[in-house]
Design a protein around this ligand. Structure first.
Ligand SMILES: NC(=O)c1ccc[n+]([C@@H]2O[C@H](COP(=O)([O-])OP(=O)(O)OC[C@H]3O[C@@H](n4cnc5c(N)ncnc54)[C@H](OP(=O)(O)O)[C@@H]3O)[C@@H](O)[C@H]2O)c1
Length: 280
């Protein structure tokens, strides 16, 4: 049996990915922040696929203690993890702060992904061929390390672009730490996809994006194939699109010094949350 953890499972790409991977023989642990919504998704997938091995774990990515608690619950359930699929993300039009006082997109789209992945690495490293796939975008927005939280200057598009750049830098830094049992860190660009991600964007932008976007089943199918290892042997540290084309690393995402700088800063921030978290 292969086990996959999928974040953002109540969203467009997350739910479609869960549906793709819910074939018999796979076990899925789906993460969501809203219990009612998550239960409904699980019910739908179970009835569509007749796979009983699908469960939910609640995690609010705007709260690091909730992410850590979810990781603890996952580690209590499984000893191996074939794929961690990081999909959850948000776009915020206005400057807002998470419970931990991070600018929302930095906190949810990067810090929560960093913490969850690090917490689950022991499971990944214990599983030959395991994959960590993080859904990003070809963002070339540089990170402003002297103002990661947008304290002095905030632009929603810049903060979102920076958070997607952080996903790339994080994935490429992680790929260098993957060794031994054929594990891989992969970045993935879903292409423009119909979803709720744009809900806080201006009406005309939403309308235009909706017109030119494809259905979430398209990236979901590619994600499922990539994490199942069907297409390639050596995917570690690569950035793929829906057609399995390897994309060039945009902006300064291939700069190893910047990758390591983000890793170090993220680790320092995460260490502030080192207090034990109760797991029920
Ligand atoms: N759609 C596109 O055109 C496009 C293009 C490039 C990249 N992407 C990337 O694709 C990924 C999936 O996005 P999508 O298009 O499927 O958007 P979506 O439908 O809005 O899904 C986003 C998911 O993230 C979850 N989420 C948001 N904030 C959260 C929080 N604080 N805690 C826990 N979960 C939270 C949402 O939960 P709720 O259901 O509770 O809101 C939802 O499940 C994202 O990483 C996005 O950056 C999308």
């Amino acid at each position: 049996m292969k086990t996959f953890v999928i974040t953002g499972a109540t969203g467009a790409i997350g739910k479609a990915t869960a549906m793709e991977l819910a074939k018999p023989g796979n076990k899925l642990i789906l993460l969501g922040r809203n219990k009612q919504k998550l239960d409904q998704v699980i019910k739908e997938i179970k009835s569509a696929t007749a796979n009983p091995n699908i469960e939910g774990v609640i995690a609010d990515f705007s709260d690091i203690s909730s992410v850590k608690k979810a990781a603890g619950q996952i580690k209590n359930k499984i000893t191996q993890l074939n794929g961690l699929i990081n999909i959850a993300a948000c776009y915020k039009a206005k400057k807002e702060f998470t419970k931990d006082l991070f600018e929302f997109m930095f906190g949810v789209n990067h810090m929560a992904v960093f913490v969850l992945t690090k917490e689950l690495l022991s499971l990944i490293n214990a599983t030959p061929g395991a994959k960590v796939l993080t859904v990003s975008a070809p963002s070339s927005t540089p990170l402003n390390f002297s103002d990661l939280n947008g304290d002095t200057k905030f632009s929603a598009f810049t903060a979102f672009g920076a958070s997607k750049m952080a996903n790339l830098l994080f994935t490429f830094a992680l790929s260098k730490r993957m060794h031994g049992v054929g594990t891989s860190a992969i970045a993935f660009h879903p292409g423009l996809t119909k979803s709720s991600l744009t809900r806080e964007m201006p009406f005309f932008v939403r309308g235009l994006l909706n017109l030119i976007s494809h259905k979430p089943e398209k990236p979901a199918h590619s994600i499922a194939q990539l994490v199942s290892g069907i297409h390639f042997n050596d995917m570690n540290g690569k950035f793929y699109d829906c057609k399995f084309k390897e994309l060039p690393k945009p902006g300064n995402s291939s700069d190893e010094a910047i990758q390591e700088k983000l890793w170090k800063v993220s680790e320092e921030i995460a260490n502030r949350f080192e207090k034990p978290v109760a797991v029920h």
